[in-house]
Design a protein around this ligand. Sequence first.
Ligand code: DQA
Length: 147
Amino acid sequence: MKILVINGPNLNMLGIREPGIYGSENYNSLLEKISSHAKEKGVSVDFFQSNHEGALVDKIQEAYGIFDGIVINPGAYTHTSIAILDAVKAVGIPTVEVHISDVSKREDFRQISYIRLGCVASVIGHGTDGYLEAMDILIERSHGDDC
Ligand code: DQA
């Protein structure tokens, strides 16, 4: 199984940006943590991060026919981007939305998630462990497909 982990704007600033909200773990250690989880689970994982909406759309389109699952934290584009939602729907790859912080307890403008409408599940407010949970959801689902 091939999983693509996509992070949107400002997630490359993990460890520096608002540590009280997003924690002190940096982006590279997040990638290491995800890689070792993937190894443990026997799946392959690729990463992509961009601060640009179009680049995120391009990457989702390129995933078509290559990846079996997508874990995505679209950052602030969660709350604004119909284009990213449409891309996920277009490729039809099972996708899980992740948010490090508990967006449900934050500002009103964070209560809308466009991407959620195209996702098989959402993992919210579990810190960076949420990425691992999202992978497990995709792995579990893929076992279901075998039956
Ligand atoms: C976030 C929550 C978003 O509202 C915010 O814009 C982010 C990160 C999270 O992981 O908690 O950039 O997606």
